[in-house]
Design a protein around this ligand. Sequence first.
Ligand code: TYM
Length: 330
Amino acid sequence: MDRLLTGLQPSGSLTIGNYCGGISQVTKYQNEYETFLFVPDMHAITVPQDPVALQKNIKQAVGMYLACGVDATLDNMHIYVQSENLYHANLSWILECHSYFGELTRMHQFKMKSQKNESFTSGLVTYPVLMAADILLYDAKYVPTGIDQKQHVELARNLAERFNNKYNGNFFTVPEPMIPEVGAKIRDLVNPENKMSKSTDNPKASIFLLDTEKDIRKKIMSAKTDSDTLVAFDEENKPGVSNLLTIYSVFAGVTIEEAVAKFDGANYGELKRTTADVLVEKLMAFQDKYNEIMASGIVDEAMDKGREYTNEIAAKKYDEIRRAVGFGRV
Ligand code: TYM
């Protein structure tokens, strides 16, 4: 079975964007691939975190994965916490010494995040290398993500090829980004030019998986559209309307073409009301399941099982890599 791997930062409640770009692809392919689904808590501290909240968010993230339909009972499903496996950081250091400062400071996400703050940690610069280590440690072939992480997966590809060439061997599988056809970039509801984000300053801009029904309806009804009246899918000229059509399409389980046909002749109010109805139906069912899961012990069970298995695999891979670079004694 080929391997598929992805992770979602536990820096607060997940958004419907995280669902579309990350989790929905895991649930779609979980019977086809050996799946490594982890909580990248080490990535979360590239920006300041409250330690108590972070610990809570780690468990909640796994609860959300399961409530979205990830099946922890599958033998080929491994759910784990990044910091519970010390090989991620060890491999990351080796890869850092094979990455160029220039290639890291040219990353879009680094440029955006560093411009927002006067000072930032060096972890914000080296973060994509840790992400490469997450992927390469397990020889993952496919990495489901939204469009925003594509460049980071490309760095992981470059590092794998660079390392394999330098040390003359097939040490790492070269991974491929797996970007969904629909929902690769769910947009911010207030500024639809931007992507929807967990860490938004304006809570109206993002729909969180744990939002109340009232908030979901309010946010969708006040989502920015345009001064036209035609419901059409045109991401460049109608980003707000196209975003609502995308959200409807993903949560109603129809194609974009079917969504456009459904709203043929409808006004923006109808598009918003129907999109809100579908979201409320899906997210309320999700929240019932989530509450049930969090009250049971299955989250810890899944993380314990995943920790053991993935530590074994990572130890073997790390040993191979450390020998290749010449660590240790002869
Ligand atoms: P993170 O936590 O920012 O996002 C988790 C996943 O959600 C996707 N995503 C979106 N997809 C569509 N529309 C959006 N508005 C949207 N916002 C976020 C992201 O692309 C991602 O798939 N560095 C990663 C976490 C990570 C990782 C990894 C992922 C660490 N190591 C190894 C894959 C493999 C991150 O910060 O994602």
